[in-house]
Write a protein of this length. Sequence first.
Length: 261
Amino acid sequence: MGIYLFMMPSQIAAGGVSGLAIIINRILPQFSVGLIMLVFNIILFILAFIVIGKEFVGLTVYNSLLLSALIYVFERLIPINGPIIDDLLVNLIYGILIGGVGMGLIFNENASTGGTDIIAKIISKFTHLNIGTSLLIADSVVVVSAITVLGIEVGLYAILGIILNSTVIDKVIAGFNTKYQVAIISKEVETITKFITEDMYRGVTLLHGKGGFSNEEKRVIHTVISRSEYGILKKKVMEIDPKAFIWVNVVSEVHGEGYTF
């Protein structure tokens, strides 16, 4: 919807095969954007199968064919002759926000919508750059083409678009991968530890501490859990020990036996 309602009518080629298709459609209007996207994606599927693997390609084929088909159907059933809003910046922002969130959700499932997403995945695999940055590199070629064919103004908006798009994608992926490092000081160490290990199936490390004011020896419960699990743990800890002291740090990546998410 972001591409069809906002990007295509405004001729904003902000990266991706969709952007490339918009540029080619401007030169060869007899070929629809959806059809051009489909052809380019088939070529890139073959490349992805060789370099990345069949699992990624399997998920990507479904998403890409669905995207290309939807745009092709929209072009036939709901033709749009011009921008919904006569403001390039507004169209750019809404188009990128809608598309970026969708792409972030798809990348989080180790798939893509095809196109330069595939190239970005390949770049990320070999350079270890994050997906957003890799996509920024891949889309630069499309932006240069946009400046040449569509003009400097649209090209500059396209540059802004790919920067915004990479940021939105990284934020969405980071949001899903965010984990909480939780530390708890309580007199009910055994009960809370048992709940975490047996009910939540998460690992626990018990650390030794000492109260700075009371000089009392204390044990600190340390665990790493997901965002959704934190609400469950907090509620249970408050039920077990209303006086428990809890502090939380947000972490974006966790590795190790018993802790890999």
